[in-house]
Design a protein around this ligand. Structure first.
Ligand code: GDP
Length: 452
């Protein structure tokens, strides 16, 4: 999961506070110290962290809180709010509209992940029904066009570029014109990067921008630079009208928190984060669900969005209905495993469930996890309809467990492990009981409910 270490440290600090019998100044101070340490380790700027803890202390004035107030809840809410404030630039980004042509220009330093991110951005929108196209106006780096071409071909996205032409402005204009004629509604222009911020890079960016008149300029930045992101984002903003930022490589760097807060401090909205090298390791960045996930509270809005994405349309109403009734049977688990295996990166879906990803889906061990899920499914293949459809795991007595192990050729302990996993999942999903089922795009209400 993204920023697993930072999230783990913060939720541990909150947990320790919850374990205390009485919440007094000392317990609160210990909790805030732990959180401060975790944020500084993630390279969040000292001043931001100090302001945050001061604000929390002010809000949570323990002397003023009359008995009966739920102090834990108030402290947790204050921490949640302050982390959101730290990551919120207070400014929304321009969002392209489907069916209406938008030109989006990507800028950034070489190696930041710009070319990879262009394709991820195109692929993301293509999955949602857009008609994207890619233009390679990076004539500086040898191999840039080949890379874009390869990625675009894999994702079946039309592309434009040239091995001969060395003028990036000419290529950008030709590419944009061609795709406008072809009625593409999202024309993505990849521009050159350099090793460092320098005049030639900024001049080229300005020229491409003037010639193509982009609706949105996206600055791509590598998260490993941590709080230095502030200076880099400012420098790009001053040279070209940056409307949004994408922070890449959030999977591999402990400094991701620092990078995100530093970008927010420049008042630029982060719209996506890159979480791996693959095309679909790319996530919408939304402050509240992100912080919620960081604190181990899950990201229900993201989860529901994923359900809409991975579960076939005709199965969605039934599944959501069952979830809202709080019934999570082994058959539902089986069907969801089937969907998830079909769509590929199962980690993304599970990482949105509180407490789930770490055990079943550790990052970097997707193959093993996939094998485990297939093993679980083989065992479930040896179950009767009654077992699969029972709303409670209680019917799983010793003789049934032995029969399933024999039938699937697996060990008893493996069947027990699978049932434990099921129980854990059922407990998490039972939280959905009684919820109004939102339609696509109406996820925030659900998220608020789940996190309350
Ligand atoms: P560019 O020079 O800015 O166009 O960078 P590239 O798109 O060529 O990416 C540089 C390297 O970073 C490549 O090896 C990419 O696979 C890798 N990369 C890009 N985004 C991510 C990400 O989100 N996570 C990880 N782990 N690697 C990434």
């Amino acid at each position: 999961m993204v920023l697993a270490e930072l999230g783990g440290s913060i939720s541990r600090a909150l947990q320790q506070m919850s374990n205390a019998t009485i919440i007094d100044e000392k317990v609160l101070a210990e909790c805030l110290n732990e959180i401060t340490r975790a944020l500084l380790q993630a390279d969040v700027q000292f001043k931001l962290v100090r302001d945050m803890t001061n604000n929390i202390k002010k809000i949570v004035n323990l002397d003023d809180l009359a008995a009966g107030h739920n102090k834990r809840r108030i402290i947790q809410q204050a921490i949640f709010n302050e982390l959101c404030k730290m990551l919120d630039p207070g400014k929304p980004s321009f969002t392209p509209k489907k069916g209406k042509t938008s030109v989006v220009m990507f800028v950034g330093l070489q190696g930041s992940g710009k070319t990879t991110t262009c394709t991820k951005y195109a692929f993301y929108h293509q999955k949602k029904g857009w008609k994207p196209a890619l233009v390679c106006a990076d004539t500086f780096r040898a191999g840039a066009f080949d890379q874009l071409k390869q990625n675009a071909t894999k994702a079946k996205i039309p592309f434009y570029g040239s091995y001969m032409e060395s003028d990036p402005v000419k290529i950008a204009v030709e590419g944009v014109e061609r795709f406008k004629k072809e009625n593409c509604d999202l024309i993505i222009v990849d521009t050159s990067g350099r090793h460092k911020q320098e005049a030639a890079l900024f001049e080229e960016m300005r020229q491409v921008s003037e010639a193509t008149k982009p609706d949105l300029v996206i600055f791509v930045m590598d998260s490993s630079i941590g709080q230095a992101a502030f200076d880099q984002a400012q420098a790009f903003k001053q040279s070209v009208a940056v409307g949004a930022v994408i922070v890449t490589k959030m999977d591999g760097h402990a400094k991701g928190g620092g990078a995100l807060s530093a970008v927010a401090a420049t008042k630029s909205p982060v719209i996506f984060i890159g979480t791996g090298e693959h095309m679909d390791e790319f996530e919408v960045f939304d402050v509240k669900p992100f912080v919620s996930r960081l604190l181990g509270m899950g990201d229900w809005s993201g989860f529901m969005d994923k359900i809409h994405e991975v579960v076939p349309m005709d199965q969605q109403p039934e599944l959501l209905q069952k979830l809202s009734e709080g019934s999570f049977t082994l058959r539902i688990m089986y069907e969801q495993f089937q969907n998830i295996l079909k769509m590929g990166p199962i980690g993304q879906v599970f990482s949105m469930l509180p407490g789930f990803s770490a055990e079943l889906m550790p990052k970097g061990r997707e193959k093993e996890s996939q094998a485990k899920i297939k093993r679980y499914m083989t065992m479930m293949d040896s179950m009767t309809d009654k077992e699969l459809d029972s709303p409670t795991p209680k019917i799983m007595n010793d003789s049934r467990i032995m029969r399933i192990a024999r039938g699937s050729g697996r060990q008893l302990r493996e069947v027990m492990e699978m049932l434990e996993e099921y129980k854990r999942l059922a407990k998490i999903w039972s939280k959905m009981k009684g919820l109004k089922i939102p339609k696509k795009g109406e996820m925030s209400a659900l998220s608020r409910n789940m996190n309350a």
